[in-house]
Design a binder for this molecule. Structure first.
Ligand SMILES: [Zn+2]
Length: 216
């Protein structure tokens, strides 16, 4: 197993899009989101990567039943930020009787566009776990106490090899400008270059039957 990498010291912006419940209120409040971010920041600290929310947008998508529902979120994807969606409920796509806490999802027609979804039943560790996937760790690790296991315990952590991948992916995301630092995000927002959506994130018509009528 490799040695832990030198921490990067990078702060990255997160854009939250949060579903509205029947009562018109957000399905989870700001304190809940802050708890998710604080947990992620503790767990990512050895990589020297931290996250700051840059504003919260209401989301009309509320419950995600299938692959198409997840992929339809792609139309919201913004440049430069980690896109995180908070929905009320999400079914497992392989076993629809099961409800998921979160997922890291790639657009099938544009695999390099990816994002995180967490649901209202997510415990505080879920954002950190899904960000672990986002930053280059697709696999689970069946070791008690590891954030990428389902038995993360009280003090979840990444192993050194996982931290190496997080650092490498952060560098790559910054180099390709998929992500920008929080400071750069502020500059680009001031100069009105951001916020801006990615191109090509709308579902192709052939792959999303009915999408044309369900979209506003
Ligand atoms: Zn996972």
């Amino acid at each position: 197993m490799p040695a832990a990498p030198a921490p990067l010291g990078v702060v990255l912006p997160i854009r939250f899009r949060v579903a509205l419940g029947d009562d018109g209120e957000l399905v989870r409040d700001k304190e809940w989101l802050v708890a998710q971010v604080e947990r992620a920041n503790q767990i990512f600290a050895p990589a020297g990567v931290s996250f700051v929310p840059v504003g919260l947008v209401a989301l009309r998508d509320r419950d995600l039943d299938d692959r198409e529902d997840r992929s339809r979120l792609g139309r919201h994807l913004e440049r430069g930020v980690v896109n995180v969606f908070v929905v009320r409920a999400m079914r497992d796509v392989d076993d629809p009787t099961q409800w998921r806490r979160g997922v890291h999802w790639r657009l099938p027609w544009r695999r390099e566009r990816h994002f995180v979804v967490i649901t209202s039943i997510a415990p505080p560790i879920t954002l950190a776990h899904e960000l672990g996937h986002f930053f280059g760790n697709p696999k689970h690790r069946w070791v008690s106490g590891n954030v990428m296991s389902y038995d993360a315990g009280e003090t979840p952590r990444f192993d050194p090899d996982q931290l190496v991948r997080i650092v490498a992916h952060t560098r790559r995301f910054l180099r390709t400008r998929e992500l920008v630092t929080l400071t750069r995000f502020g500059e680009l927002t001031d100069s009105r270059e951001l916020p801006r959506r990615w191109d090509g994130v709308e579902a192709p018509e052939a792959e999303a039957p009915g999408a044309a009528t369900s979209r506003p």
